[in-house]
Design a protein around this ligand. Structure first.
Ligand SMILES: CC(C)(COP(=O)(O)OP(=O)(O)OC[C@H]1O[C@@H](n2cnc3c(N)ncnc32)[C@H](O)[C@@H]1OP(=O)(O)O)[C@@H](O)C(=O)NCCC(=O)NCCS
Length: 151
């Protein structure tokens, strides 16, 4: 892996699969690499690449209403993953900012996510807040819903 630029590109979903597999499937082997809502109309996938063209960070946004009260239209941010060698270098922040600017341009009212509790600090650092009473655990992985009102 080489240097990366933090430029964010919109990519086909398949470009996210290697990082999904490496970062998000070791403890969730019940999930396939392709998620049921990956191909929904309006869904989009983002990636940051290193100098050799390998994806070092990915994220997906899908139109999705949460199970808690939220203004519509709402989008879900999911399947965020940054290669371990590149974590803590603002790749995730670049992906988050790119998602937000696309969603604001589309007049999306709410962004939400099911945050792994181990990543909660990333989402709250970007202004998302934990939704009260919205915690669950699947196969030993604890999640908390987080939300951001886009105004
Ligand atoms: C969570 C993840 C996407 C963040 O990407 P990243 O590129 O490492 O994050 P950034 O460098 O942009 O971090 C931005 C801010 O979030 C904070 N942050 C990042 N990861 C965090 C974590 N796991 N826990 C708490 N805070 C975190 C950073 O401290 C940073 O804040 P600061 O620099 O102002 O102090 C990445 O660590 C990752 O892929 N983790 C493993 C897979 C995963 O859990 N994905 C999320 C599933 S919900």
């Amino acid at each position: 892996m080489g240097p990366m630029t933090r430029e964010v590109a919109e990519v086909p979903v398949e470009a996210t699969f290697a990082l999904r597999k490496q970062l998000l499937r070791s403890d969730r082997a019940d999930l396939g690499l392709r998620m049921p809502d990956d191909d929904l109309p309006g869904a989009f996938h983002l990636a940051v690449f290193d100098g050799t063209g390998e994806a070092v960070g990915v994220a997906t946004c899908t139109p999705s209403n949460p199970e808690f009260d939220a203004r519509q239209p709402a989008y879900r941010l999911r399947q965020m993953a940054v290669h371990p060698d590149y974590q803590g270098q603002r790749v995730g922040s670049a992906l988050f900012a790119a998602a937000l600017s696309r969603l604001r341009a589309q007049r999306v009212a709410t962004l939400w996510a099911e945050s792994r509790d181990t990543s909660l600090g990333f989402y709250t650092a970007h202004g998302m807040r934990a939704v009260p009473e919205r915690h669950h655990t699947v196969r030993g992985v604890a999640y908390t819903d987080v939300v951001l009102d886009l105004g």
